[in-house]
Design a protein around this ligand. Structure first.
Ligand code: MN
Ligand code: MN
Length: 428
């Protein structure tokens, strides 16, 4: 695994493809796309890739990423049908970017080519460590705080701004293009997972304030900020990315440049302070969509706790891709991609998983402890169809014929949604 450079993957702005460093020529693109398609049957990928230029560009980014991914993949996973692409990536084993106690490790289409719909980052900030002021041109940012505390600042185009502190279990959401910063509050390092609603988004290609000012003529910056040029010359001459500073004052005492104009919708949601959205024999689910957290228009988040041996039943999501980060426990995750294609992988803490929109899947806790998985969808409106509800919605006679079963076992099929099935001794 080579040193991860700051070379960003190709970026999209609207439907235009902005060539970045390391762009490859058209011929090469064509070769790669053939190779890419050769490994997959015509399914969602190719359809999505050819549905308009944005989709095409995203597909191309995925294609370009595939070779780099081979080198970066910490451990090529095995199991199941090789014609279905790899859907697991060991994000915590990647090199990422590390400055002191601050670090960022990412999973984009470069590392996990299947993940065209969502990208993610595992980030840690030391007390006072700051992810500097920046924005993203192509993706909204959703986050879940796993451990420790941090503070965010954010500004919206209407001039409203917010400063929030986050504790374990809290979620934030910044709409695409809104300027923001993050800072560790201590004590100890905080750890959170960021999710972006585009697999082409790279955390190492954001629009940072220092990078911008360093690449603007000094007289322009001086005129803009009303500063003498000799002061402007002291600004950082490169992108700082992680700034290292002191733990800031508590919010009420913290002076800021202008009075805060509160936004209509807050950027903070205390997910784990809520009652679970679902409690089952075998596990619990906490879910936050735009219904509970109105600003989060493009990402729904879930924390799923599965008891030992419990199964999140077979299901699919008609309207969204699914991105996973394993916080605790060991799982078998199975994906079904039509046409006899299926793949089953073992997931451990620190692994990222990706289920394309519409693909059938299940999650089985193989460990002896209650596990926890962070799941995110690239939609503000959560949808799913579970196997149990689907079958229960059909006449018994249809099921006997379709499944080639006698009436007796069909009578035993679930009559309502299972969602989580607890561990059971073998049924006689
Ligand atoms: Mn960001
Ligand atoms: Mn799912």
């Amino acid at each position: 695994m080579g040193e991860q450079t700051d070379e960003p993957i190709d970026f999209l702005a609207g439907d235009r493809m902005i060539p970045r460093r390391g762009g490859i020529g058209n011929n090469l693109r064509r070769i790669h796309i053939n190779k890419f398609l050769g490994g997959m049957k015509m399914a969602d990928y190719s359809r999505r890739m050819f549905l308009g230029s944005a989709g095409l560009a995203a597909g191309l980014a995925a294609v370009e990423a595939s070779t780099a991914a081979a080198a970066e993949q910490a451990e090529p996973a095995r199991g199941g049908d090789d014609s279905l692409p790899e859907f697991r990536y060991e994000i915590e084993k990647s090199h990422g970017k590390v400055v002191g106690g601050n670090s960022a490790r990412e999973a984009t289409v470069r590392q996990l080519p299947i993940s065209v719909g969502l990208a993610g980052v595992s980030m840690r900030l030391e007390p006072g460590g700051m992810r500097e002021l920046h924005w993203h041109a192509i993706a909204a940012e959703w986050a879940f705080m796993i451990e420790g505390r941090c503070r965010t600042t954010v500004i919206a185009p209407d001039g409203s701004s917010e400063i929030n502190d986050f504790n374990p279990g809290d979620v934030w959401y910044f709409p695409r293009g809104h300027g923001h910063s993050l800072q560790g509050l201590g004590p100890g390092t905080c750890h959170f997972v960021l999710v972006f609603d585009s697999g082409s988004f790279s955390e190492f290609g954001t629009f940072s304030v220092t990078d911008w000012l360093a690449h603007t003529p000094k007289n322009i910056v001086a005129q803009n900020l009303g500063l003498p040029v000799d002061i402007v010359e002291k600004l950082p001459n490169h992108e700082v990315y992680f700034a290292r500073g002191k733990v800031p004052e508590p919010i009420p005492d913290m002076p800021h440049r202008r009075g805060l104009v509160s936004p209509a919708f807050t950027h903070r949601y205390q997910l784990m302070e809520q009652s679970p959205s679902g409690e089952f024999q075998g596990g619990k689910e906490w879910r936050v969509s735009s219904r509970e957290f109105p600003i989060a228009q493009s990402i729904t988040g879930v924390i799923l706790d599965l008891e030992p041996g419990a199964l999140r039943e077979l299901h699919w999501h008609p309207n969204a891709d699914e991105w996973q980060y394993i916080i605790k426990g060991e799982y078998e995750i199975g994906v079904f991609g039509s046409g006899g294609r299926a793949r089953h992988e073992t997931f451990k803490p620190g692994d990222v998983g990706y289920i394309p929109r519409g693909y059938g899947h299940y999650i089985h806790n193989k460990s002896k402890e209650t596990g926890r998985i962070l799941i995110a969808f690239n939609t503000g409106e959560y949808q799913e169809i579970s196997l149990s509800t689907w079958l229960a919605s059909n006449p018994d006679t249809l099921l006997t014929e379709n499944l080639e079963l006698d009436r007796k076992p069909v009578d035993r099929l679930p009559k309502e949604r299972i969602f989580i099935a607890p561990e059971r001794p073998p049924i006689p």
